[in-house]
Design a protein around this ligand. Structure first.
Ligand SMILES: Nc1ncnc2c1ncn2[C@@H]1O[C@H](COP(=O)(O)OP(=O)(O)O)[C@@H](O)[C@H]1O
Ligand SMILES: [Mg+2]
Length: 216
């Protein structure tokens, strides 16, 4: 479902990715681990079409994203890729419901339908009673679950998560990790998760170890 072939990437003189090949199946939960500076975030950003490789190909659901122009790419990203970051990156002036609704509105879904979908997603994630709260009124764990709801609203091909539980306490961490597997089991959702958490990496279907720009 995701095919990555021969990805290289440099920033100036520094070669950060030195030829990455990776295939990920639908419904697979893959973790990427490795020391700081190994290139994990750069790889995730390239898979997520937020950055471009210098060479190589990224094929998502049969589409070669390396060839797409910026405008098609942003529409593709909106539909097919969900992101969860270490810090929720919710918009502070909007409620949980509005934050979850935004990607559906961008996709072109009507306001009424987007609201309905967002409410369903929040309900599915056990957040119904938090819908009208702004991020500052939510706990860390709730904010991350709202971020997950936002990532899922357009039914993406893949959810990419970069240290999603890195700022959570143990209990919220475990809840978030369990949520990923629940979403895989119930929705067939594919996940690629960069993590330092050995517990989470151990639970995933496959762990990719990165070191110095390579998979080892
Ligand atoms: N936009 C950038 N410009 C210059 N150097 C960068 C940029 N992004 C990342 N790097 C460098 O690339 C290397 C890999 O970074 P990153 O992919 O963030 O690693 P990781 O997520 O594994 O810690 C690091 O040395 C980092 O400083
Ligand atoms: Mg990183």
């Amino acid at each position: 479902m995701i095919e990555i072939e021969g990805i290289t990437k440099s920033f100036g003189q520094l070669q950060v990715l030195k030829g990455i090949d990776l295939n990920i199946d639908k419904g697979e939960v893959v973790s990427i681990v490795g020391p700081s500076g190994a290139g994990k975030t750069t790889l995730l950003q390239i898979i997520g079409t937020l950055d471009r490789a210098d060479s190589g190909r990224v094929i998502i659901n049969g589409t070669d994203v390396s060839r797409m122009k910026e405008k098609e790419l942003s529409a593709f990203r909106n539909r097919e890729i969900g992101f969860v970051f270490q810090f929720h990156q919710l918009l502070p002036e909007f409620t949980a419901l509005e934050n979850v609704t935004i990607p559906a509105l961008i996709k072109g879904v009507s306001a009424a339908e987007a609201r309905k979908q967002a409410l369903e997603m929040l309900k599915f994630l056990g957040l119904s009673d938090r819908a009208s709260h702004k991020p500052a009124e939510l706990s860390g764990g709730e904010k991350q679950r709202v971020a997950v709801a936002r990532a899922l609203i357009n039914n993406p091909a893949v959810v990419l998560a970069d240290e999603p539980s890195g700022s959570l306490d143990t209990k919220n961490k475990e809840e978030l990790h369990n949520l990923f597997f629940e979403l895989r089991d119930k929705l067939g959702q594919t996940f690629v998760i960069v993590t330092h958490d050995e517990g989470l990496a151990g639970q995933t279907d496959r762990t990719i170890h990165m070191l110095d720009g390579r998979i080892v």
